[in-house]
Design a protein around this ligand. Structure first.
Ligand SMILES: *Cc1c(COP(=O)(O)O)cnc(C)c1O
Length: 359
């Protein structure tokens, strides 16, 4: 089922960024955005692409008071054949609907949502940057938007998609990150919203992130909220370890975000013959492996960076260096394969690529 999309083009298109090496992340936005309203009486209505601009919002809107917000993060790529493609977009749409269910927000039709994303990307195709490592980042989000303060599941909602050309994540080559293991704050608990991609999870994680940054670390590694010992995620990425030849990654217990990069890595690793264990993995087991010389590689996975090697781990006064603070061979292979598929340099054997239009 497709939604009706009324397109109103801007009369004042902006100049495209000339120097793509200065794009950074999420600072430049394209000419248009998608919006669609929902009410419990009408369902989804008024799907529209309009000039990019501010959104008027009622001062009592649910999202401003009770944090009813979920989002997605995905990219459109310009391939080496100058085609515009997306990577596993239906996975993002399914996850958006799972997040919506958790926060009592309305679901979107999968096919209709894919059509929205493709229509918007095609309209903005000249904004998909050309330089190696760049992409057009899409940020779909859905907010509860009732104009009164009563606390209950929403009667009105708004779905928006904005697009931002983003630079190469690793402008100066891939540098391993320094990670501090967080033992005070937790990001999520089982039964909470950890598996939903919602703004509230991010708000709760800012303090630890800031503390880690002030202490000279790039990110925190989150432990579970019950036993405070099982590894969950690193910053806003999933995390994987290569230990004694095997791959270990935290199981999706409900407090871990089910990353699409994580899922894709697991599939590739299994294809390459690795044993992949998705299980509870404690910080003690991690440091035992590090001390015994069995921790071979560690990396984070997520759409923004794709793969982020971990070079140093800090916990309770001790620092451990992973693979000489260099990117490990398997970490590099995952990065090369995923980005190779995304930029059309490698064949898409797994059917992960969604064609949008000619470039
Ligand atoms: C989005 C996100 C990830 C990564 O998911 P991808 O689908 O791989 O981009 C991991 N952890 C958190 C908390 C996230 O919000």
């Amino acid at each position: 089922m497709k939604y009706d999309i009324k397109i109103t083009k801007t009369a004042t298109p902006k100049a495209k960024p000339v120097d793509e090496s200065k794009l950074g992340f999420g600072r430049v936005f394209t000419d248009h955005m998608f919006m669609m309203n929902w009410s419990d009486k009408k369902g989804w209505y008024d799907g529209r692409i309009v000039p990019f601009g501010d959104i008027p919002i009622h001062p009592a809107s649910t999202v401003l008071h009770y944090g009813a917000e979920i989002f997605e993060g995905m990219k459109a790529y310009r391939t080496v054949k100058d085609e515009i493609v997306m990577f596993r977009p239906t996975e993002n749409i399914k996850r958006l609907n799972n997040s919506a269910e958790r926060l009592c927000l309305p679901a979107l039709d999968e096919e209709g949502c894919l059509d929205i994303l493709k229509t918007l990307v095609e309209l903005e195709k000249d904004w998909v940057p050309h330089a190696d490592g760049t992409a057009l980042y899409l940020r779909p989000y859905l907010i509860g938007n009732d104009p009164h303060l009563g606390v209950h599941a929403v009667h009105e909602a708004l779905f928006v998609v904005i697009c931002s050309p983003v630079g190469a994540y690793y402008a100066e080559g891939i540098n391993p990150v320094k990670i501090a293991i967080e033992s005070q704050d937790v990001r999520a608990v089982r039964g909470g919203t950890g598996y939903a991609k919602c703004g509230g999870n991010y708000a709760a994680s800012l303090r630890a992130g800031q503390r880690a940054e002030n202490a000279g670390y790039t990110q925190v590694l989150w432990l579970d909220g019950v036993d405070r010992k099982y590894i969950e995620e690193v910053g806003s990425m999933n995390v994987m370890f290569k230990i004694d030849g095997k791959i270990v990654t935290p199981a999706l217990t409900g407090s871990v975000l089910p990353g699409i990069t994580r899922k894709s890595c697991v599939e590739l690793l299994k294809d390459w013959g690795y044993q992949v264990e998705e299980r509870l993995f404690s910080v003690d087991e991690l440091f035992d492996a590090a001390k015994n010389g069995k921790l071979e590689e560690a990396w984070g996975t997520g759409t923004a960076a794709v793969i982020s090697p971990i070079g140093k781990l800090f916990y309770q006064g001790n620092e451990y260096v992973v693979s000489n603070n260099e990117i490990g061979a398997l970490t590099q292979k995952l990065y090369d394969n995923l980005t190779g598929i995304q930029w059309g340099k490698l064949p898409d054997d797994k059917g992960w690529i969604e064609f949008v239009c000619k470039g």
